[in-house]
Design a protein around this ligand. Structure first.
Ligand code: COI
Length: 355
């Protein structure tokens, strides 16, 4: 079907060594771009050399933050093939974010075509070492040169690619998390369930405070009671308490519906674990620890994969989880999930899409 134009980069870059990869520092030779106008809808899908873009200083995204993004990965599986994991779920979530931010819906099939073509062109950039992948970052920005507050009439959609290793500098070792009841990430009725750039901007101040105290990330509580656990911002959060897997429910609309979160819930249930999606207060977590019932805590996300949490600090009450080691269940989920992604495990749920 494809009417996607392709302009080849005449100055391709050398590929990095796959055992030296960090997160989000290197970008491939090409990117996918598409424009939106009221008259033409989404148009001119194209793959062009990766490089700077030129926008007027008055461009709306710089002023009112009408910007959304997605994050997914392409993996090199054990057969050497390039595969993606649940890409249509990311594309569907991009459209849910778009709706909330008054950005026009994107044709999901066209975006998938564009992504597949881009990955086909950049397949040699997909690293092969364990724990590495090609991170895929689709995003949309408002491009009207205008200073009135209203939804833009024009947009640009990009997909850029970045070969990555572990998200956290700790690698896959347990991270230390600071629980904040002073700041909030998102309130009910707000943008919490979207991947709006604004959610990440809102998280920075508290994250910097936590960093100064020696913590890697912030655990957000609900905006109303400052009591119920929500998410970490770069990942959803799970607890294993007395044999039961518990994760905050998505009901209030203030938590990102993570695709790794959903995959872990599905995998755990299929293996016979009891999984509860419900309200969980920070008091309950600390009480469970006091009673010796807090077995494991871990985060899930495309970038973070499964990241064990080794320490929680809530108002200077500090608890160490599982002696600061990755727990058995977290390890099992990590092995199952990455097993499916890298082709070591059967893909029972049909999550993997080959390029
Ligand atoms: C992802 O996991 O893909 C995310 O979007 C988190 C990110 C902000 C690094």
């Amino acid at each position: 079907m494809s009417n996607i134009q392709f302009i080849r980069n005449q100055n391709p870059k050398p590929k990095p060594k796959s055992d030296e990869l960090k997160f989000g520092t290197i970008f491939t030779d090409h990117m996918f771009v598409m424009d939106y106008s009221v008259e033409k809808g989404w148009h001119d899908p194209r793959i062009v050399p990766y490089g700077p873009i030129s926008l007027e200083p008055s461009t709306m995204v710089f002023h009112y933050g009408q910007a959304i993004f997605e994050g997914l990965k392409a993996y090199r599986n054990i057969k050497g093939e390039v595969v993606t994991f649940r890409p249509m779920d990311n594309i569907a979530r991009l459209n849910r974010s778009a709706e909330r931010l008054c950005i026009p819906q994107v044709d999901q099939e066209l975006l998938w075509e564009g992504l597949k073509m881009l990955l086909e062109i950049e397949k040699d950039w997909v690293p092969a070492a364990e724990g590495t992948a090609l991170y895929i970052r689709p995003f949309i920005i408002a491009t009207d040169p205008y200073l009135g507050v209203r939804p833009s009439h024009t947009y640009k959609l990009f997909i850029i690619l970045s070969p990555v290793g572990a998200y956290y500098t700790e690698g896959f070792k347990p991270v230390k998390i600071y629980v904040t009841d002073k700041y909030v990430r998102a309130a009910r009725g707000g943008l919490g369930y979207t991947k709006a750039a604004a959610n990440y901007a809102a998280s920075l101040y508290a994250a910097e405070e936590a960093k100064k105290k020696g913590y890697t990330q912030v655990l957000w509580l609900d905006a109303c009671h400052h009591r119920y656990v929500e998410e970490v911002g770069t990942m959803n959060i799970f607890f294993k308490i007395d044999g039961v897997v518990v994760t905050p429910s998505l009901e209030g609309g203030s938590i990102l519906p993570g695709i790794t979160r959903d995959s872990v819930i599905t995998l755990a249930r299929s293996m016979g674990y009891k999984v509860e999606e419900r309200l969980i207060s920070i008091e309950e977590v600390f009480e469970a620890h006091e009673k010796g019932k807090l077995e494991e805590v871990f985060g899930t996300g495309t970038a973070a994969v499964i990241s064990p949490v080794g320490e929680l600090n809530w108002n200077d009450r500090v608890i160490k989880i599982n002696d600061g080691q990755m727990g058995e269940f977290s390890k099992l989920m990590y092995d199952k999930l990455t097993g499916i992604q890298y082709g070591r495990e059967e893909d029972k749920f049909n999550w993997v899409k080959k390029i």
